[in-house]
Write a protein of this length. Structure first.
Length: 414
């Protein structure tokens, strides 16, 4: 079950009685830093230093409205946001007429995709993998779009036979297919070209494919298109979303959304003199500043080197774990290593998200082979957690709901 805290209404701060601000902040910093050495279960890298931008956090920034429309509000970073979007558009091979926006994170990116898809096809059915992030089902629910989960196989990959059955059964209506480019548990990739082929085989022309590439979109995008899975706008995705706080390591949630089809459903709101194409009105202007800074200081070559280092550490992790007889595997081009869930003390210490006897380590930039060596040393001679469903592989997910997904302490992962 989800651990929750009861809302507690107090006026401490407002009455000036909470004089312990310094202690609270010191404690907070200590808590945020304690697990830096052992946090290898979550996909957020800490390996980028944004300290140069600290002065901008004493300045108000608001990228109100459309990134491509000059706003009546002068304190913005829209010129940098447009550079960021153009950079991603080039990497993801956006066609002329593309549109994009920086988002509050992966979920808002999926919401943009489904809002745009629904604008084009109001009576569409959403289809996503059972291994998709739970936000695909959640956003569909919020938008009142019916949704069907297609089976995922034992490695978290979309079951294309099942997808074809679902497409055949619903070919009379428009379809919105959410392809997951790097599933949360195993980093499986639902190849967009295969989805397009399944649609074409059933003569479905009213279809929108959204690529949810929150984790893997950026590390895969820095590979040449010929040697990466099929997922970008030239591969047949109509829209794509990528998180900026995972591989790129922004210190707060943010993301990028792109679509081939323009800003969809816009109308002009006169008093702010801007095009109303965005979900939010006021938007974070610091996020595009940080993304712009990262891609301009690390650069394409630097990001590519980071991706290759992450994959190298992931391969090393599999090899070390298998070397002590611990069941472990990974998809090619995945920095996610799936392993039998370690004993509770180790799973908790290393922040390993676990489900059905399987856990994962995510070797984002900054995770080192020295950390992996330490973890492997602690695992040697121990036994995996026993679990009724532990088959040594990611279990089949037969139900139409996303699997409940827990961290090592039993909390739902957000
Ligand atoms: C992290 C993630 C999301 C959700 O992104 P948030 O930024 O947490 O909203 C969605 N899909 C996938 C595949 C993810 O890895």
């Amino acid at each position: 079950m989800t651990a929750t805290t009861e809302p507690d209404a107090t006026l401490n701060g407002a009455t000036g009685q909470n004089a312990d601000v310094e202690r609270v902040l010191t404690d907070l910093a200590a808590r945020l830093d304690t697990d830096a050495e052992t946090n290898v279960g979550f996909p957020a890298t800490l390996a980028l230093d944004y300290g140069r931008l600290l002065p901008f956090f004493n300045r108000f920034i608001n990228n109100l409205g459309d990134p491509f429309a000059e706003s009546a509000y002068p304190r913005h970073t829209k010129h940098l946001e447009r550079e960021v979007l153009g950079w991603f558009a080039a990497l993801l091979r956006a066609p002329a007429g593309w549109w994009g926006v920086t988002t509050a994170g992966g979920t808002e990116g999926i919401e943009y995709g489904l809002v745009h898809a629904r604008t084009r096809y109001p009576d569409a059915l959403v289809i996503h993998s059972a291994a998709a992030h739970y936000s695909a089902a959640k956003v569909s629910r919020h938008l009142n779009l019916p949704a069907i989960a297609v089976r995922a196989n034992r490695r978290g990959e979309l079951d294309f036979a099942d997808l074809r059955d679902v497409i055949r059964a619903h070919r009379h209506r428009p379809l919105i297919i959410v392809a997951t480019i790097g599933t949360t548990m195993t980093e499986a990739v639902d190849q967009v070209s295969d989805i397009r082929a399944a649609l074409a085989d059933h003569a479905v022309t009213r279809a929108w494919v959204h690529a949810d590439a929150a984790l893997s979109g950026l590390p895969l995008a820095v590979l040449p298109p010929g040697s990466r899975p099929s997922f970008d706008l030239a591969d047949g995705a109509d829209s794509i979303s990528i998180s900026a706080h995972k591989f790129l390591g922004l210190p707060f949630p943010a993301g990028v959304y792109l679509t081939s089809h323009g800003p969809g459903g816009s109308s002009t709101v006169d008093y702010i003199a801007t095009v109303d194409s965005t979900l939010a009105g006021s938007r974070n202007g610091h996020a595009p500043l940080l993304i712009w800074y990262a891609i301009n200081t690390v650069g394409l070559d630097g990001l590519r080197a980071r991706a290759h280092e992450s994959w190298r550490v992931a391969a090393y992790t599999v090899q070390r774990l298998q070397g002590i007889g611990w069941n472990a595997w990974r998809h090619p081009h995945a920095m996610t290593v799936v392993l039998d869930t370690p004993p509770a003390d180790i799973a908790t210490r290393w922040r390993l998200a676990s489900s059905n006897g399987q856990s994962h380590i995510i070797t984002v930039p900054g995770v080192t082979t020295a950390q992996i060596d330490k973890l492997v040393t602690q695992l040697a001679g121990r036994m995996p957690q026993r679990h009724a469903g532990n088959t040594g592989e990611w279990p089949v997910l037969p139900t139409p709901r996303n699997p409940a997904y827990h961290d090592a302490e039993g909390n739902h992962r957000h």
